[in-house]
Design a protein. Sequence first.
Length: 199
Amino acid sequence: MKQKSAKGTRIVRFGLLGALAVLLIVLGVYAYMTWPVYPSFEKEVASLSELRAILDECDATRGLVVVDLTEFGADSQTWIVDLDGRTRCAKPYCYHVTGKNAGKDGFYTLGVSGNTRGSREGYDGTSYRDVPIKLNLREDLSPRKGVELELDCGAYAYSIGGSFDTAGLSAQEISEREASLQEMLFAAADRIIDGKKSE
């Protein structure tokens, strides 16, 4: 009788230890997956190919077109992904690419953002290649002048912007640089529209 009681006690003890081990494993996995690993709701990535790979992993961002600003003369770029959380399970919903010293003379800072949550407000019926657009001139960046082109591409919204330093420039030179900048922004828009249509 004592042997059966001792055997039953051991079975219960092993059962409790097993349940405790399973519970600790579950809690460990939960903590690993939900513990914040990013200091903010974004992360900087090391390359254009890494940015594209991150966006391709998520169904919502797979169709976003990423523009390589070296095509426009940028000699350096930074790539940032906006996330819907700070954990390992966080999903991307937006990206930002910034390039410096763009244009044939290196006058411009350029930026492109692609977003699954873009605002659809303020479009007045203007379009470019059948895509609704907004063109905003930025006068509030003194001593810099900027232009921003927004695209409403259905599921995705894009913002393409650029700026240049106006210090020491005549009104004619500012006008010429602004026109050149607008040409670059529309060329970047072409990359996005063509990339969107080719998918």
